[in-house]
Unconditional design. Structure first.
Length: 455
């Protein structure tokens, strides 16, 4: 694979941008080698600066649920741009997008738009603190909510990928206001709430953890969080930046209903899919809490580009494409892909575990049950590294991190799946070799390589 142009751009970027990238996981630090600079995307494909074509399973880390450069989304952006790109005054598109969000998530009555998931979670926390008159935040180990000071303690995603134990620059006094509990562990949360309940403003978590690899909530876990937070007067924030409008029409809130375990949080945060690849995000909840935001109430929150017309137009066009049929197709695609991956890894004798929730799934290079961050960290990241680079060399662009979901899009067709099916046995063999056992060469079919598949 020719990568001269990417290499030259990365060299230049490193002289101008710290680490050469504008968001750390893009740098390929966790998988080694140098990042490819992408120059074009269409449907299921992306092209790098040297003209190499890949099937894209990164999807801009989640937003591109309809694939790249979808004609309807492009048309909506172009039509809107022709009328002006930003006003700093209210526009009808904001009202339309707000109605779409409120209409899709039953327990949301009001929503405020922002530009990123980070802004959504930091604003939701401020609101929860104001609403309760308490300062402490409880977060879950391995969940990532953006680079918010209070939430970078034991965070997943890039923090997990780069093995950063904590982040310098966060005042000790701020970090001390955060209590961390393990995912899927109600007893730990109960103990914290019993000990510190009166100081705790909010509990924030991802309903399906996606930033330590995909870890679904155990049956009853989220309902238990709901019950405990209510009992202690604590605001429950469901961070649906990744799951929102991705796993079902109303995100986890509606998927959980379909599963017969409906939950309602006090505040929700959204991003990614709701901006259709442009910077739109939001937080919302019951009118009574949201009414405390300025100018309706005293809690200040603002943004020059919040509710930007182009982002709203892209978000609206994307959500219009997100029908029940689309979610059914994505579920099927994720199931097929997951089976292809697990079959190839099993045949090569690579210990692994496939975990899936709706259309979000990931492959952990461990045979331990992954129910929280500690178990996610048992995976063999060197096996992932070899797997990742072999997939890339065979035309498949996966998220460059062992702690991430594979993001499927509606643009993935039979050709895209065939390319993956061809690449997988080679990548599995590379993973087997790097794990040191040479199991692939020995043709081991079961034993250490037997997959465990979680729902
Ligand atoms: N919350 C979750 C669950 C996320 O996955 C992310 C980003 N991966 C964020 C918040 C932060 O969003 P952003 O990168 O848009 O700031």
């Amino acid at each position: 694979m020719q990568t001269e142009r990417s290499r030259a751009l990365f060299a230049e970027a490193r002289t101008l941008i710290p680490g050469g990238v504008n968001s750390p996981v893009r740098a390929f630090t966790a998988v080694g080698g140098e990042p490819l600079f992408l120059s074009r995307g269409e449907g299921a494909h992306v092209w790098d600066a040297d003209g190499n074509r890949f099937i894209d399973y990164l999807g801009s880390w989640g937003p591109l649920i309809a694939g790249h450069a979808h004609p309807r989304i492009l048309a909506a952006i172009a039509e809107t741009a022709a009328k002006g790109t930003s006003f700093g005054a209210p526009t009808e598109l904001e009202v339309r997008l707000a109605r779409k969000v409120v209409g899709r998530v039953p327990s949301i009555e009001k929503v405020r738009m922002v530009n990123s998931g980070t802004e959504a979670t930091l604003s939701a926390i401020r609101l929860a603190r104001a609403h309760t008159g308490r300062d402490r935040v409880v977060k879950v180990e391995g969940c990532y909510h953006g680079h918010v000071d209070a939430l970078l303690v034991s965070a997943g995603s890039g923090v997990a990928t780069l093995s950063i134990p904590g982040t310098p620059g966060i005042p000790a006094a701020v970090a001390a206001q955060t209590t961390v509990v393990p995912f899927n562990d109600l007893d730990a949360l109960r103990a914290v709430l019993e000990a510190q309940g009166r100081e705790i403003a909010c509990v924030i978590l991802e309903p399906i953890a996606g930033n330590m690899g995909v870890v679904p909530p155990r049956p009853g876990y989220l309902a238990g969080v709901r019950e405990l937070t209510r009992a202690h007067g604590v605001v429950f924030i469901l961070d649906e930046v990744m799951t929102g409008f991705r796993v079902a029409a109303g995100g986890w809130a509606s998927l959980s209903e379909q599963r017969g375990e409906p939950i309602d949080a006090d505040l929700y945060t959204f991003g990614k899919v709701m901006g259709g690849g442009l910077p739109a995000a939001a937080f919302g909840g019951a009118a009574q809490i949201m009414a405390q935001l300025a100018p309706a109430g005293p809690v200040y929150q603002a943004g020059t580009l919040s509710g930007n017309p182009l982002a709203c137009a892209a978000g609206l066009a994307t959500l219009r494409l997100c029908t029940d049929d689309l979610y059914a197709r994505l579920d099927r695609t994720a199931a097929v892909l997951g089976t292809l991956a697990t079959d190839a890894l099993t045949a090569a004798g690579v210990p692994h575990r496939l975990q899936r929730a709706g259309n979000m799934f990931s492959v952990f290079f461990t045979d331990a049950e992954v129910r929280d961050y500690d178990s996610a960290k048992t995976q063999d990241t060197s096996a992932f590294r070899a797997f990742f680079h072999t997939m890339l060399a065979h035309g498949v662009y996966l998220p460059p991190s062992a702690f991430e979901a594979w993001f499927v899009s509606d643009a993935l067709d039979d050709e895209a799946l065939e390319i993956v099916a061809k690449a997988l046995p080679r990548a599995a063999a590379a993973a087997a070799e790097s794990a040191g056992g040479g199991a692939a060469a020995e043709g081991a079919g079961g034993g250490a390589g037997a997959a465990r598949v979680a729902p």
